[in-house]
Each structure stands twice: as C-alpha cells, then as structure tokens.
Design a protein around this ligand. Structure first.
Ligand code: ASP
Length: 303
C-alpha cells in the first residue's frame, strides 16, 4: 500500500484535496473521493467558476459542465450545458452508473437529473450577479447581442479538476466548471469532454486540464498526456508535452499561446503540473497527510 495522492487545480483545489483525502480515509474509492472533493468546490458560493455562484454566460444564465472517469474500468460519464442543477459532477457519475451512455446535454441532462432526485435551484447568488453585471463586457447598444470578450480573460474561468490515486494504486478523476464567463449560450469547453478535460486509466495515469477550453480541445490534452505516460513519460513530462503542443499549434496559427494549465498523476504516483507562460497557475497536492499549495513553473518550449 502506498500513500494516497490527490491533486486539484487552482487555490480552491485545496478544499477539494482536503475533502478528497477525508473521503479516502473514510474508505471511499479514488473516484468517490475525487467526486467529494469536486463537490465541495461546487458547494462553495465564493468560487465564481464552479457550481453555485458560478458566473453566467452572455445572457446571465449559469450553465455547468462536468465529467468523471474511473481508472479501473474506464467507466466515464459527462454532462454539459446544465442549468439549475448544482451537483453536475455527481450527475455525470450517475450517467456512467445508470445509463449505457457517456454524455448527456442540456434539457436531457436536466430531465435525467430530475428523474434521479436532483432538485432545481438558482445557481447565482447576490454576489455573483453583482460581479457578473460589473465585469460584463460593455456593449454600445444594450439591445444588441452582447459582444464576447476574448476567451483568454484571466479572471473569467477556472475549472476544478481533481485527480486521485488511492492507496491501492487505483485512479479516479472529476472535472466540473461553469466554463468561461460570458460565453455564448450553448458554448461547451473542454471540461466535460473525456480526452480533453479529463482522462484516467489505472494502467497509464490520470490527467486533467483547465484554462481556455477551445485550445485544450484542439490538442486533445488529457488523452495526449495519458498516452505519453502510457509510453513511459513522467507526469511532469506529460504536462510539459501538452503545453508544448499548445505552443506549437498557436505558432501555426500565428497567435499567442492561450492561458492553459495541466495536471497529472503518473502510474508511479507522482503528481505534476505545467502551464503556459501567461498563466499564473497554483494547484493543491496531498501526499499521505501532507497538503500543500504549489505554483506551477510555466513551461516555455524551445520552438
Ligand atoms: N476549461 C474551462 C472551459 O473552457 C474553463 C477553465 O478551466 O478555466 O470551459
């Protein structure tokens, strides 16, 4: 038996890591622990990018995306564009547990939630509405369609992605987000996409993403990292590879690499993270009982 390892994105990842560790100590599986950690962040109204209190889209509607994956079985589930349901990570797990499908969206996902005892609730808080209104991209003609901000705005996103390796070496992962604030209604990022926002395989490793989802989808980030680890790369090398790929594809399009960050746990149980240069990326790590917040060193590949 090895020490359990938990890694989660952003400073609020500390809450996820602490909660996941307690869940592991209570005898839960790696996936259940990751879910408990993610759900603690969904429940925190002060976090403006996940669950309750998330910032709304261009119309002010809070629309959530999530996915889960079990490294033992490759069971996975996902939901996207879900309104008025707070615990979308748990809903994604239910898709995996109770249906033959992997991915439910919008009204269908909401209907499935209601069938399974979830309740509807407003996901904004007085504080989140005020922040939404204050930071909303200003439009000349309020009657016109709101203008989209550049999707790289530093403070308009931040997903919680939680990866867990339990003492028996099994892996589980969860990703949950309200996505980019002020996004176009209907926009879905990487977070609920298996292989982009999350991929977990006991035999290869676990990997997750955060940041500008469009760039993460473009490189198939989580699958890229997991396959790199399957071929023997460390978690750090896998995360750096994903950053390198973002740089390479940005160069091909003549744009700056977007703000993105990656986390991973390799099959040996090493946690690691990497990010592009303009991303101030902090993440939380637990090994055994020790929990710490770390700052990722941006990776600048030689091009
Ligand atoms: N990846 C998320 C999205 O694009 C946002 C984030 O993690 O910051 O929806």
């Amino acid at each position: 038996m090895a020490d359990p390892v938990v890694i989660a994105t952003w400073p609020f990842g500390r809450l996820a890591v602490e909660t996941a560790l307690r869940a592991l100590q209570a005898g839960n599986s790696a996936l259940e622990a990751a879910l408990a950690g993610a759900q603690a962040v969904e429940d925190d109204p002060a976090v403006r990018s996940v669950g309750l209190g998330g910032l709304g889209n261009a119309l002010g509607t809070v629309s959530l995306d999530a996915c889960i994956m079990d490294g033992r079985t490759l069971q996975c589930g996902a939901v996207a564009g879900v309104e008025n349901i707070r615990h979308v990570a748990a809903l994604a797990k239910l898709v995996a547990d109770k249906t033959p499908h992997v991915f439910l969206v919008g009204e269908g996902a909401k209907w499935f939630a209601l069938q399974n005892g979830f309740s509807l609730e407003p996901l904004f808080t007085p504080e989140s509405i005020a922040e939404w209104a204050q930071k909303r991209p200003k439009v000349k003609d309020p009657a016109a369609t709101p203008i989209m901000p550049a999707p790289t705005a530093a403070d308009s996103h931040d997903t919680v992605t939680v990866l867990v390796r339990d003492a028996a070496g099994h892996l589980g992962g969860v990703c949950t987000t309200s996505g980019l604030a002020y996004k176009l209604p209907g926009r879905v990022g990487d977070s609920p996409i298996i292989g982009a926002g999350l991929y977990v395989d006991d035999e290869a490793g676990a990997a997750g993403s955060t940041g500008v989802g469009e760039e993460i989808i473009r490189i198939g980030a989580a699958m890229l990292m997991t396959e790199a680890m399957r071929q023997g790369k460390s978690a750090q090398e896998a995360c750096d590879l994903a950053v390198q790929r973002v740089h390479a594809f940005a160069a091909r399009r003549g744009v700056h690499p977007a703000r993105v960050a990656f986390i991973a746990i390799d099959p040996k149980g090493n946690p690691a993270a990497s990010c592009t240069e303009r991303t101030e990326f902090q993440y939380a790590v637990a090994r055994g009982n020790a929990i710490e917040l770390r700052q990722a060193k941006p990776f600048a590949p030689k091009m």
